[in-house]
Design a protein around this ligand. Structure first.
Ligand SMILES: Cc1ncc(COP(=O)(O)O)c(C=O)c1O
Length: 402
């Protein structure tokens, strides 16, 4: 059951929430960020390795495109599914990168990648339907499945499988009640990447069952070793895949709120209806800038990726020198997920102690599900200098306490 920050009642009227609200989870990263900020207000210095967003600025050409769009009057409502030109640019991008033919009527533009998770589950899952999701994994999957009354079925990602998916285990979890399978590669929090062979085997395990795969590919451009493969390009899966991608991570645009889903056109019309009912549309001038992001100079994407790789290498090597820590080399995204079982501490206690006593904010592996126990998640979206400083502080703390 999710935990919340409860507030003292301020009125005589009892707050009578809908029952489903007790099943809604959260994303701990934002809570840890708040706690870290509170410590900073008390004068403590904190190195922030908790939040999952690039520390780079949005590329200048994209900012310029947005400013110019504002001056040109892109300040009104647009179509709920997104501006036709952006949908076209996304269809071309996905066709090229996933080697599958997509058209603009299969694209729905939404405010960030998250709404595609929300809307897909709302549109497809009835109470009692089963949804398989990765654990440890992005916490919003489990939160949303529980919220709408679906049955959340974990597939455990194991360190000994390099945090890939055990396909025979997946096969054993699929049954006639399975409505949706969520996969995520490159993966948050482990940095695991599914190979072409993994994707092929997952497709074979699903076979010709009439279910959907929500393929969360938000880190598709952040792969250090190997290439990105999408289940959408597996034969027979185009009609059963909802591909989630967006601008937040690739173009350092987390605060702009823009992402997209690619799916068969009949489902796209329903996801669009959810957009009409919730947001009306994604902000028009940001969408104009999105076209520039996709079609303009990509050198900043390459620069960010090589910078994350450099930091990953330094941080993983440093963690492996710290007593009680052992860390695999993540193949993608910008997270590092060390095993801390040999410290003898539980993940939450260790994460709290590192924040309060070592001045390093990170997340407990359990923020990503039960199977995250025994791990911590660090984001390397911070300067090399700060990462090295964090390593020193963690090392000094463990020498005193472990
Ligand atoms: C795996 C995964 N999917 C989706 C998202 C949501 O991205 P956005 O900020 O674009 O909503 C995130 C963000 O952290 C993520 O890690």
């Amino acid at each position: 059951m999710p935990t919340f920050v409860t507030m003292e009642p301020t009125t005589q009227f009892e707050l009578r929430l809908a029952d489903r609200m007790s099943r809604l989870g959260t994303e701990t990263a934002f809570e840890v960020l708040n706690k870290a900020r509170a410590l900073e207000r008390q004068g403590k210095k904190i190195i922030h390795l908790e939040i999952g967003e690039p520390d780079f600025d949005t590329p200048g050409n994209v900012v310029e495109a947005a400013v110019s769009a504002l001056h040109k009057g892109w300040t009104h409502y647009g179509p709920s599914a997104g501006l036709p030109d952006l949908r076209q640019a996304i269809a071309e991008e996905v066709s090229r990168t996933r080697k599958v033919q997509c058209t603009s009527d299969e694209v729905v533009v939404v405010p960030g990648g998250k709404p595609i998770i929300f809307f897909s589950i709302l549109a497809l899952v009835n109470a009692g339907d089963e949804v398989i999701f990765p654990n440890p994994g992005f916490p919003i999957y489990e939160s949303m499945i529980n919220y709408i009354g679906g049955k959340a079925v974990s597939i455990r990602l194991r360190e000994e499988h390099d945090f890939g998916l055990d396909v025979s285990e997946l096969a054993s979890l699929i049954n006639d009640r399975t409505k949706l399978i969520i996969i995520n590669s490159p993966q948050n929090p482990t940095g695991g990447v599914l190979s072409r062979q993994d994707i092929h085997e997952i497709a074979q395990a699903i076979g010709d069952r009439n279910l959907f795969v929500l393929s969360d590919e938000i880190y598709s451009r952040l792969i250090f070793d190997g290439q990105h493969h999408s289940i959408m390009s597996e034969p027979g899966f185009k009609d059963r895949t909802i591909l989630l991608d967006g601008f937040s991570k690739t173009y350092a645009m987390t605060g702009w709120r823009m992402g997209y889903g690619v799916m068969r056109p009949d489902l796209a019309t329903h996801i669009t209806r959810l957009m009409t009912n919730s947001n009306s549309c994604t902000a028009s001038f940001t969408q104009v800038a999105g076209i520039e992001a996709l079609r303009g100079d990509q050198s900043s994407v390459d620069h960010m990726r090589s910078e994350f790789q450099r930091r990953r290498d330094v941080f993983v090597a440093g963690l492996n020198r710290i007593k009680g820590f052992s860390c695999r080399m993540p193949k993608g995204a910008f997270y590092v997920f060390p095993n801390i079982q040999k410290t003898g501490w539980t993940s939450k206690r260790l994460a709290d102690a590192l924040l309060e006593e070592a001045g390093v904010a990170c997340l407990s592996g359990t923020a990503f599900g039960d199977f995250g126990e025994g791990y911590l998640r660090f984001s390397v979206a911070n300067s090399l200098e700060n990462l090295k400083q964090a390593l020193q502080q963690i090392d000094a703390w463990t020498k005193r306490n472990i």
